[in-house]
Design a protein around this ligand. Structure first.
Ligand code: 8OZ
Length: 369
């Protein structure tokens, strides 16, 4: 056990304030899609409250990605943030997490092209910036299907998409969340607008960097209008290839401009996926250390951190907090285990998306000696 880690003034285990959110430690729970909402209505329920409450010792929980509208959905049984039933379900979650002393922000999401007509209202085509098929196979209620080319959003429709995010933020606020994280990562809708390799638009939402960032920044402004800037953050993955999203021709320029615009807005945090999501950290194209210097809000680091890397990242000031994803599945009391340097349990991937408690709420905390 590293004693210095617990006595340093700033360590992975010391409290941190993220915007207006007081967090007990700097071990955050990354958003994890688990496909455990109630079928048909995509509402959270008591089992989800149990799952999150088991993990409430995280300094901050970022909820699983949560679609802002039916159009924003691309997976079976992911939860939404657009109906009264969903709000009531989330209220169960936030009440239970808060009662256990935790903090939780809602990750708000629109998948864009990473969907299928089976998920879309009226069987419509998924929407995106441009008609580029992300490719790959998607699991729908009727089985595995090929992805399709999406329909480019008409310019006049975009304000409605921004309104969906604003309404979702309002529901999240009423449901008791401490804030929101805007999902602008992993090749979903906002990234489909940001990257020039996907965005072929010729209107005010395509072409120049400023135009390609416009939708993401309108969404940021909409969420800030609901929660205030000190309870809004964003997740960015400047170089990931997730969901077959091709790289921007100049990630440093594009995402660097975005970081500067977010700094100007004074939002609470940027949550960076450093590298290829869930895989290699060693991808060129974006200088994360420079982003840390240029953004005055909190820097949350993510992607395959080990205990030692996380201790070092916080100790050195490279990050204010480190988000762990998969380790939180098998180790609900991860902060305690990292503190005492206990061995970690490996979660069973074959149960990640299975409905029910198995592989979801049946990983115990360490027995207290
Ligand atoms: C894994 C499975 C489904 C969705 C992401 C929301 O990549 C996801 C996701 C991850 O950000």
């Amino acid at each position: 056990m590293s004693t210095s880690a617990t006595t340093d003034p700033v360590s992975l285990f010391s409290p941190v304030r993220i915007g207006a959110i007081e967090c007990a430690n700097r071990i955050f729970m990354a958003p994890l899609t688990r496909c455990h909402a109630l079928p048909g209505i995509d509402a959270p329920h008591a089992l989800n409250a149990t799952y999150y409450t088991q993990r409430a010792s995280a300094g901050l929980i970022v909820s699983e990605a949560t679609q802002v509208s039916p159009q924003g959905k691309g997976y079976v049984d992911t939860p939404g943030m657009y109906s009264a039933t969903q709000q009531a379900g989330w209220q169960l979650v936030t009440d239970a997490v808060h009662a256990a002393g935790g903090r939780i922000v809602a990750q708000l999401w629109h998948v864009g092209a990473v969907s299928h007509p089976e998920f879309q209202p009226g069987g419509a085509l998924p929407v995106s910036s441009s008609a580029i098929n992300p490719g790959g196979i998607v699991r729908t209620p009727s089985g595995k299907q090929e992805r399709v080319a999406p329909r480019p959003l008409e310019t006049h429709e975009i304000a409605g998409v921004v309104d969906d995010w604003r309404r979702a933020a309002e529901i999240a606020r009423r449901a008791g969340f401490d804030g929101v994280e805007i999902h602008s990562a992993n090749g979903y809708l906002l990234e489909q607008f940001i990257r020039d390799a996907v965005n072929r638009r010729t209107d005010a939402y395509g072409g120049s960097i400023a135009n390609r960032l416009r939708l993401a920044l309108e969404v940021v402004d909409a969420c800030v209008s609901v929660f205030g800037r000190d309870r809004v953050g964003i997740r960015l993955s400047p170089v990931t290839g997730s969901n077959n999203c091709p790289q921007d021709s100049n990630p440093q320029a594009t995402y660097g401009t975005l970081v500067d615009a977010l700094d100007t807005r004074g939002i609470a945090f940027i949550h960076f996926v450093e590298g290829q999501t869930g895989a290699s950290r060693h991808l060129d194209g974006f200088d994360f250390a420079l982003a840390r210097k240029r953004f005055r809000g909190s820097y949350i680091a993510n992607n395959r951190y080990t205990r030692d890397m996380a201790l070092q990242a916080v100790h050195s000031g490279a990050a204010d907090a480190v988000a762990f994803g998969v380790p939180f599945i098998g180790n609900p009391d991860l902060p305690h285990r990292l503190r005492i340097d206990a061995p970690l349990v490996s979660a069973r991937p074959e149960t990640y998306y299975l409905a029910g408690a198995q592989g979801y709420t049946d990983y115990p905390a360490l027995a207290v000696a």
